[in-house]
Write a new protein. Structure first.
Length: 89
């Protein structure tokens, strides 16, 4: 399963980005984690099939209704296995 590292920039904190992303990831059977960064961004490590990850990344570029996503950086990283998709604190 491929693993990607995402950094989402814009108005992505305080708009339920993490909680909604967790719901979307669970629907798509994507595993990994998501957290806020001190810089005001959202960071994600996600594992799944190419198709699952592409659908997840498309959602990440939009985000939940109150988010204003200005940039999403996507990088392939070494494959990691996760049991679920969780919100890291």
């Amino acid at each position: 399963m491929p693993t990607v590292h995402l950094i989402i920039k814009g108005k992505v904190q305080g708009v339920f980005y993490r909680a909604t992303a967790q719901d979307v990831a669970e629907e798509l059977n994507v595993t990994g984690w998501i957290k806020n960064t001190p810089e005001g961004n959202v960071e994600i490590i996600a594992s799944g099939s190419e198709e699952q990850l592409q659908k997840f990344i498309v959602w990440c570029r939009q985000g939940p209704p109150k988010a204003v996503v200005t940039n999403v950086s996507v990088n392939q990283v070494a494959e990691e296995k996760f049991d679920e998709f969780k919100i890291a604190r």
